[in-house]
Write a protein that binds this ligand. Sequence first.
Ligand SMILES: C[S@@+](CC[C@H](N)C(=O)[O-])C[C@H]1O[C@@H](n2cnc3c(N)ncnc32)[C@H](O)[C@@H]1O
Ligand SMILES: O=C(O)C(=O)C[C@]1(C(=O)O)C=C[C@@H](O)C=C1
Length: 246
Amino acid sequence: MSEQDRLFAKPQATVADFAFNEDVVRVFPDMIKRSVPGYPTIVENIGVIAAQFTQPNTILYDLGCSLGAVSQSLRRHVQSESTKVVAVDNSAAMIERCREYMSAQSSMYEQLLPIDIVETDILSLDFQPASVVALNFTLQFIAPEKRLGLLRKIHSTLHPKGALLLSEKIRFEFQEEQVLLNDLHIAFKRANGYSEMEIAQKRSALENVMMIDSIEVHRARLKEAGFSSVIPWFQCFNFASFVALP
Ligand SMILES: C[S@@+](CC[C@H](N)C(=O)[O-])C[C@H]1O[C@@H](n2cnc3c(N)ncnc32)[C@H](O)[C@@H]1O
Ligand SMILES: O=C(O)C(=O)C[C@]1(C(=O)O)C=C[C@@H](O)C=C1
């Protein structure tokens, strides 16, 4: 079971950059559910959507898998005899706990897709032919100048009938929209029990590590990477999910 996230509850003289370390791993399921509006809906439906795009003899990638929530959804929703999930993260602490969760899932249910769990940087991953690639709140942690190259690699690995499933925190180019949706996100965090101090300290911890783009920037970059269409399927406040078709 995950502990309650109190990582930013006490005042810190200097707030260190956010890292996916052991402290975060311990509270991660609670943290992400109380921080990302719609997270359970997004994760559940990634499995539903993936099932529509899965092709025989291809891989389903969960890039930046953390504790494997998306992988679990893929394994529950996709039924195929010639497919496996490959879950990738470069945080050793995340991968260690992810392995425990996945073997617990394997022992609880029969006939789940097999899964490989790989500790590596997704920027140096040697991609195999894939029909689904999930980037669920991961691209925002990749250096902006590396994002196009990664998306190009993903595009070239994807089956013509496959899809990239991308979720991101987003910013808005229209000021009034940015202010309202950011305020609503803060209200969501408050409603989930976070204090003003927790909200402020987490914001400064994320400032140098999570660079967010607008929907227009995502669209243009996905097009440049070769994707033919970018279809939003979910948005709650400043968090959005897209299906990008090769
Ligand atoms: C917000 S979490 C993703 C949440 C997860 N996909 C889910 O739905 O529960 C971002 C993850 O991306 C991982 N990550 C960031 N940069 C990475 C990289 N270059 N290679 C692999 N994983 C990376 C982090 O370690 C972290 O676990
Ligand atoms: O924007 C915020 O305040 C967040 O907490 C977002 C966010 C994310 O989108 O990944 C950041 C870090 C944690 O992994 C959980 C949520």
